[in-house]
Design a protein around this ligand. Structure first.
Ligand SMILES: NC(=O)c1ccc[n+]([C@@H]2O[C@H](COP(=O)([O-])OP(=O)(O)OC[C@H]3O[C@@H](n4cnc5c(N)ncnc54)[C@H](OP(=O)(O)O)[C@@H]3O)[C@@H](O)[C@H]2O)c1
Length: 332
């Protein structure tokens, strides 16, 4: 076990895109668990777009940053947490965490399912995709979808779940030609486009000439406006996220035809995954057999080394990931 611990702090507020200068790695002696707690050495970290939102005020400057994390209990002063146990917690961007039994969730192990899945399709990312399709869109078999941010964690999980739930045509958008090719070749999209290549309404019109029933929106902005035009009668817009705006505060909001919402009986609904924790077991029951049979494939970008956690986060904001971005300790 290492004698020192590393913790990442946010040290300044960004205007626009954050950089490495907004963070500091702080070294300290390895923490010791008090009676009733245990020391966890972290193995995997999730870095997420919502961390960018927290950088504007939610993260306290000079303190450790929260986040979804998986680690191993390496010292315990509570009978409820045994050394060697693998746990999920939310203490985030640090190599070591002192936790109480109430702070953690013991992770079930399923044959053939790697631990990273608990940060991707079986974690908050997968739960977001699953809730978006089953609770918000209430997807029906044969319905056609458009997914923005399609090559990311939520986007790929949405497409793979939609396919398993019997969706019709899948159209996606992403930020590069390589990602577009990957979506069609590997992820199961029927068509995809690079949103940089022209007005979103033209690109979506070409990729989905007969329209769509459901839009799962990770991005907002121009693509949302385009989707309103492309939706059929009784269409649904699932507002998942607005990453096109996180680094450009004050950007103009694109207009759409408000009458479309009435005349096509469109329903637009946003949600936060934290309000749907009760769906977690259902997600597991749905996804684990598909993972085990190979019908569901993990889409993950794994970055090695805690020292690269800031770069991994900044790279994700710039679109360097495909699938869920996960940071892995150098010595898993
Ligand atoms: N509602 C909830 O509870 C909930 C839960 C989880 C996530 N979310 C939201 O879901 C979205 C996806 O999250 P994720 O964790 O799966 O992240 P992700 O999609 O894996 O990573 C972010 C992606 O956003 C894309 N991007 C960056 N700037 C963009 C821009 N200006 N326009 C369009 N795309 C841009 C990049 O891909 P490209 O190369 O394609 O640009 C990047 O890979 C985010 O908006 C996030 O806030 C919401």
């Amino acid at each position: 076990m290492t004698e020192t611990a590393l913790t990442v702090h946010q040290v300044a507020r960004p205007h626009g895109f954050p950089t490495a200068e907004h963070f500091a790695f702080v070294e300290s002696p390895r923490p010791e668990p008090e009676v009733g707690s245990a020391l966890v050495e972290n193995l995997y970290w999730s870095v997420d777009p919502y961390h960018r939102e927290l950088m504007d005020g939610g993260f306290v400057l000079g303190e450790a940053l929260e986040g979804r994390t998986i680690g191993r209990v390496v010292a315990s002063r509570t009978p409820e947490l045994a050394e060697g146990e693998i746990v999920f917690h939310r203490q985030g961007w640090r190599t070591h965490a002192v936790v109480t039994p109430e702070d953690v969730r013991r992770l079930p192990r399923f044959d053939g399912v790697p631990l990273t899945a608990f940060l991707s399709v079986l974690g908050g990312t997968g739960l977001t995709a699953y809730v978006g399709l089953t609770r918000i869109a209430r997807l029906q078999e044969g319905e056609d979808l458009f997914v923005s941010g399609a090559a990311g964690g939520v986007g790929t999980a949405t497409a793979r779940f939609a396919r398993l739930l019997g969706a019709g045509r899948l159209v996606g958008s992403a930020g590069s030609a390589e990602k577009v090719a990957h979506l069609v070749r590997d992820v199961g999209f029927d068509a995809a486009f690079d949103y940089h290549e022209g007005p979103a309404s033209d690109l979506l019109g070409k990729a989905a000439p007969d329209g769509i029933d459901v839009f799962v929106d990770n991005v907002g902005g121009e693509q949302l406006a385009a989707a309103v035009g492309a939706l059929r009668e009784f269409g649904r817009i699932v507002r998942v996220g607005t990453i096109s705006q996180y680094n450009t505060p004050g950007a103009t909001q694109p207009r759409f035809n408000h009458a479309d919402i009435v005349e096509k009986s469109i329903r637009m609904e946003g949600f936060l995954v934290r309000n749907y924790r009760d769906v977690q077991d259902e997600l597991q029951e749905f996804a684990v057999p598909h993972l085990q049979s190979g019908a569901l494939v993990l889409d993950e970008t794994v970055v090695d080394g805690f020292e690269n956690i800031v770069d991994a986060f900044l790279g994700m904001l710039r679109g360097r990931n495909t699938g869920k971005i996960i940071v892995r300790a150098a010595r898993p």
